[in-house]
Design a binder for this molecule. Structure first.
Ligand code: GDP
Length: 548
């Protein structure tokens, strides 16, 4: 993981920069000036910009800092980190102190000493994270048998301490690091299984549960339970932590609804819910409570909990297996599912996860490569199909088949022709499902979005699934709306898969953003980079997370 830091004055003058270009921080500075960052503690704010997580600490000038005046230190990480923000705050505080001390002593004109000390403090932060990860025991496993639908996997046991980065490397299932796992996005050798990929043959048997003749995807509990435990551990000390301490003074009697609404508005934003989405949720709550008197905190919290639950609870069936099997008995054409989304969100990875799940259900899958635009996209799918074929060959419980359908690269009508031919081929060859990968596209670029309508009309998929990243935050609202509108007046998205939930800790607000903007339900969430890292949504757990 790389990290970058700047120390700057309120005037914008940069005093020190570490391992960085200034450019990514300019946006942060404008957010600080416009006060659109999220307050984590006094003078300590955070903001997600361009999928990077920024933190900034403001050290006010005064007696304790002598003549050095007001200073800010800001850093960002690649988005994949959930290091406890308090640890980041104290590292920034240490760095600012070091900077002030050295500049007052006037002995570090070329910043070499400061650089060493900054290095040291960053290293400590990183070491802390690594020791937490290596102290994490291997996850328990139960064999695939006899559980009822919805049974959860055993919760991960974890080391005490702050939050750890939620990557699945270091687990029993896959023993190569997360970058290699299922990451074929840079066009690996055609059709070949890459280095270390032998371990894909060890798959997580607890990821699915058997219910009569169905194999069902398990519920998202592990990751969220971990965060629960952390909150409890943090709260077990002398101080109440986080949001609870901010609202505890309101418990016991009637509350001022406006005041409490403001606190909850900020709380929802701090969980990655877009400001406008949070605002409309809170306004709804105020409306619901407006004619009631003596409203207590408990009543307020329950009303908000109910509202968030209502937003996330699907109002259509998400039983995809039922639909597919129904279609199969009709014997007309295979069930067609296409996957859409912006670039790099995990479309092909999650399409491969779906394929793996279908194969476990003895369904024959044809994967169709309709990203005929990005070089390497077809080869990426080929690698997935080869892996899945291998896994399937080894299985003693499945008799299904998987193949790739591709017609190479091309523009214009090529996508539509490829999709149509794939569906025809699948019908002739008795495949049950066609899974169509599509090119990633920028949701705000009308020219790139326009072909989706033509594709939707021609392929007429039974389900269109948008993959959206949990990391995205505010932009997820517009992404969801634009993709939902891309298929014309008569057609909408059917489901979301929210990917990379393993990388956001309890900042699960993107789910609310996307569902509320479109009323499209979440089918699954992606929780890692292996074929079994897919889970059903636990609405209750997500809502609890948002309310904490
Ligand atoms: P596409 O361009 O939308 O098809 O994205 P890819 O499927 O190529 O995925 C981009 C990257 O995201 C790859 O490195 C994947 O391994 C990674 N990825 C996909 N889903 C997940 C997930 O649920 N969790 C994590 N941590 N990484 C994921």
């Amino acid at each position: 993981m790389s990290q970058s830091l700047i120390i700057f004055r309120p005037s914008g003058k940069v005093e020190y920069q570490f391992n960085t270009k200034i450019h990514p921080f300019n946006d942060l500075i404008s957010h600080i000036v416009n006060e659109t960052c999220i307050d984590l503690a006094p003078n300590f704010v955070t903001k997600t910009i361009s999928q990077k997580r920024f933190y900034s600490l403001h050290r006010k000038g005064g007696d304790d800092v002598g003549s050095s005046g007001d200073l800010y230190a800001a850093l960002y990480f690649d988005a994949v980190t959930t290091i406890d923000s308090e640890k980041i705050r104290s590292t920034l505080n240490g760095i600012l102190k070091t900077f002030v001390k050295l500049s007052e002593e006037g002995d570090d004109e070329d910043h070499s000493k400061l650089k060493k000390l900054v290095d040291l403090q960053f290293n400590q932060l990183m070491k802390l994270k690594q020791s937490e990860e290596s102290a994490t025991p291997v996850r328990e496993r139960t064999p695939l048998s006899g559980h009822a639908s919805g049974t959860s996997t055993p919760s991960a046991k974890k080391a005490k301490g702050g939050k750890k980065m939620r990557k699945w490397d270091g687990e029993e299932m896959i023993d190569f690091d997360g970058k290699e796992a299922l990451d074929y996005s840079n066009g690996q050798v055609e059709g070949e299984v890459g280095e270390g990929d032998k371990s894909i043959l060890n798959i997580d048997q607890t990821a699915f549960v058997k219910d009569n003749d169905l194999v069902l995807v398990n519920e998202l509990n592990d990751i969220l339970n971990e965060s629960d435990d952390e909150e409890q551990e943090e709260g077990a000390g002398t101080q109440k932590s986080g949001f609870f301490s901010k609202i505890s003074s309101y418990f016991g009697g009637a509350i001022n609804v406006d005041e409490v609404s403001k606190k909850f508005h900020d709380q929802l934003i701090s969980k990655n819910i877009a400001p406008q989405t949070s605002k409309s949720i809170i306004e709804k709550i105020k409306l619901k409570l407006q004619n009631k008197s003596n409203i207590t905190m408990a009543v307020y919290q329950q009303t908000l909990t109910d509202e968030l639950t209502k937003i996330l609870t699907p109002n259509v069936s998400t039983d995809l297996l039922y639909d597919i099997k129904k279609q199969k008995t009709r014997g007309t054409r295979p069930y067609v599912i296409s996957v859409v989304g912006v670039n790099g969100v995990g479309k092909s990875t999650n399409l491969a996860k779906l394929a793996y799940w279908f194969l476990q259900n003895n369904l024959n899958v044809l994967i169709c490569a309709c990203d005929t635009f990005r070089s390497g996209a077809v080869e990426q799918l080929k690698v997935h199909v080869n892996n899945l074929q291998k896994l399937n060959d080894m299985s003693t419980t499945t008799s299904s088949k998987i193949e790739l359908f591709e017609k190479g690269y091309g523009a214009g009508d090529h996508v539509v022709q490829t999709a149509k031919s794939a569906i025809q081929f699948a019908t002739d060859e008795k495949f049950d499902i066609v899974l169509i990968d599509t090119a990633g596209r920028t949701h705000s670029n009308a020219k790139l979005m326009a072909p989706l309508k033509k594709f939707g009309d021609a392929a007429d998929p039974d389900k269109i699934i948008m993959v959206g990243e949990a990391l995205v935050g505010t932009d997820s609202v517009e992404q969801a709306i634009n993709f939902n509108n891309a298929f014309g007046n008569k057609r909408n998205l059917d489901f979301f898969i929210i990917s990379k939930v393993d990388t956001v800790g309890d900042l699960v607000g993107t789910m609310i953003n996307m569902v509320m903007a479109t009323k499209v339900p979440i089918l699954f969430v992606g929780t890692g980079q292996t074929y079994t890292d897919i889970k059903r949504l636990s609405v209750k757990q997500v809502v609890e997370m948002l309310m904490k």
